[in-house]
Design a protein around this ligand. Sequence first.
Ligand SMILES: *Cc1c(COP(=O)(O)O)cnc(C)c1O
Length: 395
Amino acid sequence: MTQQELQARYGAVMMNAFGAPKRVFERGEGVHLWDADGKQYLDLLSGLAVNALGHAHPGVTEAITAQLGRLGHVSNFFASEPQVRLAERLAALVGDPAAKVFFTNSGTEANEAAFKLTRLTGRTRIVAMEGAFHGRTMGALAITANAKYREPFAPLPGEVTFVPYGDVDALRSAVDDTVAAVVVEAVQGENGVVPAPEGYLAEVREVTRAHGALMWVDEVQTGLGRCGEYLAHLTESQVADLITFAKGLGNGFPIGACVATGAAADLLHPGQHGTTFGGNPVAAAAGNAVLDALEGGVLDDARRTGAWLADAVRALDHPVVSEVRGRGMLLGVVLTHDAAAGIADAALESGFVINAPRPNVLRLAPPLIATPADLQPFLDAFPSLVEAAETSSRA
Ligand SMILES: *Cc1c(COP(=O)(O)O)cnc(C)c1O
């Protein structure tokens, strides 16, 4: 079956939620993908910051396969060892040994769980950030800033106040004793990889603590090594009350988690929330296999290679690049004008998968295991990609 045939079948049967797919992929291994016509690509997107260990990672494949052969699913009426072990490991990462975990199947559901926890404080107001992205379910959408995503679905859960991301004065004036939580990303990935200004997360911690509000950090994209640390927000030593994970946790197997610390860990009681699949033994086995692999020095490599990649893009000294921002293996290449979509298309034509979260920003989020040698071909090709994009936009 050729790509063209599969694309036609896709168009006939799939709801048009994502536009026409640009490629149909058939196989992946490490940092590479192959499309249905057999063409090879270097993956610098990792399925949206998901495939931290690359494609078809043997440890994850082995763990999932073995677990599915032993016990695949039992519902949350019952427990399984892989689930308990993964919860213990996530709880150990967040800075409070008494932290507790609720498992989900996605990032938006992890945020949905956190949102419901905030309601159990007895307060209902939420302060969220301009530029934020937290997912597509109605609750997560209510704290997501993008008007295009929100407006068709109004009314959304209310009492959400948006403040400019990184603006300390605006934060201070928005938070009082009626606020249940402040929700924030350490780096706004979907907004074009915008890191919080230095000291801002410490300020969020201080302001929320002063008013008895929860600090809720969405680490769905940034967490578990993507930014070079297990938690991007812990670089400022702030223990948050609610932390949500998903993308990197299962290396492609769908799993998310909402982790709560301190008093927030005991907010939820039987009957108040639930999930059929969340934290099932196979998903938990995937999560454990990812954490096993990350322990082997992957984070150090991601930090080092990410810094190398950012410097290497800067060193191209290309006139279309105005700035490279982000941390670890989550980088935004900021352009002088809105050329990102055209460059991403040209990259795909040349065998590189990247994306354009903003009209003037390219996102680079390679697998954490990518080496400088893996990534060098993209740097070598970059000037020709820009040229190809310019030529086709003139055509
Ligand atoms: C991707 C993302 C989500 C949503 O995750 P899904 O698995 O797509 O529901 C939430 N928050 C952030 C910061 C994200 O990047």
